[in-house]
Design a protein around this ligand. Structure first.
Ligand SMILES: CC(C)(COP(=O)(O)OP(=O)(O)OC[C@H]1O[C@@H](n2cnc3c(N)ncnc32)[C@H](O)[C@@H]1OP(=O)(O)O)[C@@H](O)C(=O)NCCC(=O)NCCS
Length: 236
């Protein structure tokens, strides 16, 4: 634009080489939307640069305040309270069912409570399972796996008060790392309450049909909309 306002100008070497009149290449570059956008982005970034330490401090503080605690039986009241905030009545499990899953994965440290500033805001419960196995919803007893290749992520819940902190992602990442540390090859889960897209965004894909009858039967305990999903792991 500046070149046109300044009157007739000499063609640049590139313009001469391409046989174009003076100003064409500058004009095209000035009109390129990507360039305009990146100029705007650079200007905004320059304006915000002095405020950067404030954002860093806030991010550091919120990371420091988050504690991922391995769930023990003493945490069950907190887990049940979070469950009640996150699931419809048809998905609620008893304390006995949670305890059975924690017992089946005793000492494996694969279920976590997310505590922020002393307040439990989210949890994930997972346990290794043998091929073709899947605990039914609200199963009162669960046998420990003998030769597991799968970490079964049974339940992820983030309270409405915790839903702006990416706690779900952090808990899933923790479980995936734990499964890799344990030498397992995949994480599996049952998507309910319309959460299939959420899991797809986290790298899970629906298990192909038909499922083994024993798995299909367990899946049915989660209701008609439930989907078995899996995510293959790369070794840690
Ligand atoms: C689903 C749930 C665990 C997500 O937890 P969260 O901490 O709020 O979510 P995260 O921070 O991990 O992820 C946020 C992203 O997921 C998206 N998301 C959240 N819930 C979603 C859902 N049900 N379907 C699709 N996307 C969803 C958000 O829009 C956001 O998207 P963005 O990254 O593009 O901004 C939480 O909403 C919850 O506890 N729901 C009730 C229990 C439940 O349904 N659990 C899963 C059953 S298998």
């Amino acid at each position: 634009m500046a070149r046109r306002a300044a009157g007739p100008a000499l063609a640049t070497p590139q313009e001469r080489q391409a046989g174009l009149p003076a100003g064409v290449l500058v004009e095209r570059r000035a009109q390129h939307p990507g360039l305009r956008l990146s100029l705007h982005a650079a200007a905004v970034a320059a304006l915000l640069w002095p405020l950067r330490p404030l954002g860093d401090a806030r991010r550091r503080r919120s990371r420091l305040m988050l504690q991922l605690k391995v769930i023990g039986t003493a945490d069950l009241p907190a887990v049940l309270a979070l469950q009640a905030q996150c699931y419809g009545p048809e998905f609620l499990e008893s304390a006995e069912a949670f305890e059975a899953k924690l017992r089946a994965a005793r000492h494996l440290h694969c279920s976590y409570l997310a505590v922020v500033a002393g307040e439990p805001l989210a949890y994930v419960v997972s346990l290794p399972v043998d091929d073709g196995q899947l605990p039914a919803l609200d199963a009162p007893s669960v046998s420990p796996a003998r030769a597991p290749r799968t970490l079964y992520l049974h339940d992820l819940a983030v309270s409405p008060a915790g839903r702006t902190r990416r706690l779900g992602h952090q808990l899933v990442r923790q479980v995936v790392h734990r499964a890799q540390d344990m030498g397992l090859t995949q994480v599996a889960l049952v998507a309910v309450q319309g959460s299939r897209r959420y899991w797809e965004h986290q790298g899970f894909v629906a298990a192909p049909s038909p499922l083994a009858p024993v798995v299909a039967e367990k899946l049915a305990s989660f209701g008609p909309g439930a989907t078995l999903m899996r995510r293959a792991l790369t070794p840690a």
